[in-house]
Design a protein around this ligand. Structure first.
Ligand SMILES: C[S@@+](CC[C@H](N)C(=O)[O-])C[C@H]1O[C@@H](n2cnc3c(N)ncnc32)[C@H](O)[C@@H]1O
Length: 258
């Protein structure tokens, strides 16, 4: 390794929920100038198209059960490129700080003396809230937002669901599409009212977005999602506000893409 070359910078960049117009201006500039770009499965073609043709593009994550690159391999790859003096753009769906392993990557790179920068992005919960016009907090209904995820171990949903069961919180549950019914049961066991409004948003933020609004009790009977796109679950009084707008949203989206 040439030790006299100063290391390149690794830029951890939030790619948002899909459409390029939901990128920050800084993210768009960084992608537009990228020389080496490592991107996760949820990064859209729309966003990747902003990178220069000559840019080295490496996909690090795959969807639909296909295997992704191991985190250790991704870390080593970023390090190898940076040590050659190459600036690296590490693109992540949504916001890098929400279930994006950004902490692990920062720790690793800084421990090896590589400068790191982070650019935020629009996380799935915010994209869904904006598109389907419901708030994540609302006076008298939701004083808190809990970002949480479903973690399975030996077919069981693990973790403490009491915080997400708080009646004053909106729970935004990531990576739970495969176990919606289990999550709903666990939330009810933890004290959340079965009548609490709940919604499932698929591919939020983009033109293919869909939502289903129901209640927590209905979700206990929900089959695992077979959606192609990523799925987010929102539980809380605010979800009912999406119901009020649902038809209008559907009609508007249909009209936009007719
Ligand atoms: C590894 S996490 C990454 C989250 C991402 N960093 C963010 O801020 O949105 C992947 C999960 O995020 C959720 N997700 C990401 N993009 C989504 C979208 N456009 N619509 C719905 N859910 C999404 C899904 O629950 C998916 O399984």
């Amino acid at each position: 390794m040439p030790h006299d070359i100063p290391p390149g910078t690794v830029r951890l960049v939030g790619a948002g929920p899909g459409p390029a117009e939901l990128l920050t201006l800084r993210a768009a500039r960084i992608i537009g100038e990228a020389k080496a770009l490592l991107y996760d499965a949820l990064v859209s073609d729309d966003v990747l198209a902003l990178a220069p043709l000559a840019c080295l593009k490496i996909q690090t994550g795959k969807r639909a059960g296909r295997s992704s690159m191991r985190q250790e391999t991704i870390n080593r790859l970023m390090l190898r490129l940076a040590r050659r003096g190459t600036d690296v753009v590490r693109l992540k769906g949504g916001d890098p700080s929400i279930f994006g392993r950004v902490g692990e990557e920062i720790d690793f790179l800084e421990a090896h003396g590589v400068p790191v920068e982070v650019t935020p992005g629009v996380t799935a919960a915010c994209a869904a809230a904006a598109q389907f016009r419901f708030p994540l907090t609302h006076r008298g209904e939701a004083r808190r937002v809990v970002f949480t995820t479903a973690r399975m171990a030996r077919g069981e949903l693990v973790g403490d669901w009491r915080v997400a069961a708080d009646p004053e919180a909106t729970a935004a549950i990531y990576m739970g599409g495969g176990c919606v019914a289990l999550i709903a049961r666990r939330l009810i066991e933890a004290g959340r009212a079965p009548s609490t409004p709940a919604l499932i948003a698929e591919s939020a933020g983009g033109p293919e977005a869909r939502i289903e609004v129901s209640t927590l009790l209905d979700l206990t009977r929900q089959a695992p999602s077979d959606a192609d796109g990523p799925v987010l679950i929102i539980v809380g009084e605010v979800a009912a506000r999406a119901a009020a707008n649902r038809l209008l949203v559907r009609e508007t989206l249909d009209a936009l893409h007719a």
